[in-house]
Design a protein around this ligand. Structure first.
Ligand code: URA
Length: 194
């Protein structure tokens, strides 16, 4: 009988391969890979762009200032725990100076995320910001036009919304993000916290 591989084991195997990756030059300047974290059975996956300084230092996604806002959206807004969802990025190594990952860097890295998504099989992906949304949906359409509507990614619903870093500079846009998040909660039959 073939041994069944748990989702956690499958994710660990991807992480081990990522650890050895030198497909682009980002591994030369970054301190740590930022694989992703959360529940391997998550119904919701949040996908950002690439690690920032704090993420690079700790090896964990969304733990800097934008991460604190994302955690508030998950915990205070949605009434979930951070560990109930899965959080990952398009690029796994920090681009120097927090620049956007280049199209080539994304091409080299995206396979790892694709594998993570296949293992986790979330019901919904919330694509945080332009890089995540445009990469997953293979489009150049601006995030301001993409946000708020469900799209399909290999049978998984994708809800694009603004990136938490953008919200830190444009707090008035939080209202639109909350509208997008409420659509996801409605789709998943999750109760809105009072
Ligand atoms: N911004 C991202 O896109 N990802 C992180 O992990 C942190 C900040």
């Amino acid at each position: 009988m073939p041994k069944t591989v748990s989702k956690q084991d499958a994710l660990e195997a991807i992480r081990e391969r990522l650890q050895k990756c030198d497909c682009c030059s980002l591994c030369k300047t970054s301190r740590n890979i930022v694989f992703g974290e959360g529940s391997s059975d998550a119904e919701i996956m949040f996908i950002g762009e690439a690690p920032g300084a704090v993420e690079d230092k700790t090896g964990r996604p969304f733990v800097g200032p934008a991460g604190r806002l994302l955690t508030d959206i998950i915990e205070k807004g949605m009434g979930l725990q951070r560990q109930d969802v899965y959080i990952a990025n398009i690029a796994k190594c920090r681009p120097p100076g927090n620049r956007e990952p280049s199209p080539e860097e994304i091409r080299e890295c995206i396979g790892f995320l694709e594998e993570q998504i296949k293992v986790i099989e979330p019901a919904v992906i919330i694509a945080l910001g332009k890089t995540a949304a445009q990469t997953l949906l293979n489009t150049d359409t601006p995030i301001s036009e993409l946000r708020g509507t469900f799209y399909d990614y290999h049978g998984i619903k994708v809800m694009p919304t603004y990136h938490p870093s953008y919200l830190l500079h444009n707090p008035a846009k939080k209202r639109e993000v909350w509208e997008d998040i409420k659509k996801v909660m409605h789709y998943l039959n999750l109760p809105l916290p009072r």
